[in-house]
Ligand binder design. Sequence first.
Ligand code: NAD
Length: 251
Amino acid sequence: MSLAGKTAIVTGGSRGIGKAIVQALARAGAKVAFTYHSNSLAAESLLSELKGEGHEVLAYQADAADKAAADKLVEEIVEKWGGIYVLVNNAGIIKDGLLATMSFEQWQAVINANLNSVFNYSQAVTRPMMSARQGRIINISSVAANFGNSGQANYAASKGGIEGFTRCLANELGRRGITCNAIAPGFISTDMTEAIRNAAEDTIKKQIPARRLGNPEDIANAVLFFASEGASYVTGNVLTVDGGLTLGAGM
Ligand code: NAD
């Protein structure tokens, strides 16, 4: 699959799933701009890895919850590269806690980073994508949107919100040649799941028919599909990538 001549923006691209998505899009031939929150060392290291392979990649330090920063970044990329073909809304955090003791800050931080960020970048790319009459918006949700995990009311609300938002955008933008889909990962080995993996990796694996945790590359492969020319008639979907976890048939 080739994305040669295409351009992409990935939020939260310096590590974990976002990093694998940046690598996959760049290696498929796209020019990729990614944002990161604070770890400039990780961002620099990814930049030099991909530039060393001959790919055109840019990194921007930006809080995805900052609307003005999103508008500015998208404007800069459009000016530099002439347009944006793929947007991957990947940035996300967890701040778990039972509702009875969850602070409003815990709630707000997760909604800002996970859901408001999706509004910010999707709205910023909509105009250039509409003028080009093509585009791919790909949102990283989670199986937690539907699980109802105790302690994740903020996270589940943000991911459920992303899935509804995805369907609305698919409807609004379909006639302009723009697709909008979401991916719902299960348990993926990244920093985000480190604590729970340390506490219960073997138990988790038993609940997954594939008997392994997912790799960031498993999610990047799904992104490549939605970004591909072959997926031009696929929109408004949530693709679960979880090794069968949500079938509930493990153990
Ligand atoms: P991670 O913690 O390893 O990486 C998250 C990335 O998002 C980091 O690069 C971080 O800097 C960035 N980020 C966070 N808040 C940001 C902000 N406000 N502005 C800009 N960047 C920000 O986590 P991950 O596992 O790679 O998660 C990536 C996405 O996948 C998230 O949306 C997460 O909710 C989702 N997800 C992960 C899993 C999993 O099992 N790891 C499962 C389901 C969904």
